[in-house]
Write a protein that binds this ligand. Structure first.
Ligand code: ATP
Ligand code: MG
Length: 242
């Protein structure tokens, strides 16, 4: 088991009272699997993802990575996690390439990691990109695997389309080869065709790179394409594995 959530409960203060958003949630995640988490609005999906991503402090329960409690959230986040959010969270005054470079600097991983990621992606039968094969620079090559040529890679990200920005966000998240990719409604702003391409990428990252890909989504078509779908039930408060 790669990653486990044990007895996780979470409350938010609401004026005088408290709202219990997650009540004793227990989940297990394996490497190489594409998971989706669905559930009605307000059921606690973003809260769960924020807690799993150590972006929010745990009130009750624990996270285990490779069987050990996550004792150093900052290092865990930098080394093992990649994030993709609906709002992209790219650095708006930088180019696509610079966004990837900043993420790599923060992760403090060996420089060959991007080469490893691109080599593995290129082996996949899902990728038919002769331009990527010809590209010699690792970061340009990674971006080109996500459909962004050098010209787009060197453009300030706000001058890219929504779908292109989302692909930069995914390239940035996977560049450091995280063990776990956490995505919150990553296809929310995208048309159906681009969403479908994203789903293919998630499958590829899980099955080719062995990543544990966890995607929160409202779209049942995306859930149908995943290997395992978890439904957060806001009435029972507990997750149901399907
Ligand atoms: N910081 C906060 N303070 C107080 N209440 C919050 C806070 N963040 C979220 N909530 C409440 O907790 C509940 C769960 O919110 P959350 O954002 O996790 O839901 P969600 O399943 O992601 O919903 P959506 O599908 O609309 O994105 C909601 O009722 C929300 O109003
Ligand atoms: Mg949400």
């Amino acid at each position: 088991m790669l990653f486990e959530v044990k007895h996780l409960s979470h409350c938010y203060a609401d004026g005088e009272s408290e709202i219990l958003v997650l009540d004793d949630v227990n989940l297990s995640f394996d490497a190489g699997v594409f998971y989706t988490i669905t559930g009605e609005s307000g059921s606690g999906k973003t809260t769960l993802l924020s807690l799993m991503g150590t972006l929010e402090t745990l009130q009750q329960g624990e996270l285990l990575f490779q069987g050990q409690p996550v004792s150093d959230p900052l290092t865990f986040r930098q080394k093992e996690l990649g994030f993709v959010f609906q709002s992209y969270n790219l650095i708006s005054y930088m180019t696509a390439r610079e966004n990837v470079e900043v993420a790599l600097d923060l992760a403090k991983k060996e420089p060959t990691v991007v080469e490893q990621v691109t080599e593995m992606l290129l082996k996949s039968p899902l990728v038919h990109n002769d331009d990527s094969k010809k590209e010699t620079d690792d970061i340009y090559r990674l971006l080109s695997l996500f459909g962004l040529d050098r010209q787009k890679a060197n453009r300030i990200v706000t001058k890219l389309s929504g779908g292109e920005q989302q692909r930069v966000a995914i390239a940035r998240a996977v560049a450091k080869k995280p063990s776990i990719l956490l995505c919150d409604e990553p296809t929310g702003n995208l048309d159906q065709k681009t969403s479908q391409i994203m789903v293919e990428y998630f499958t590829l990252l899980a099955h080719t790179l062995g990543m544990c890909v966890i995607v929160v989504t409202h779209d049942p078509r995306i859930a149908d394409c995943s290997d395992s779908s978890i439904v957060l039930d806001s009435i029972r408060k507990g997750p149901v594995m399907r």
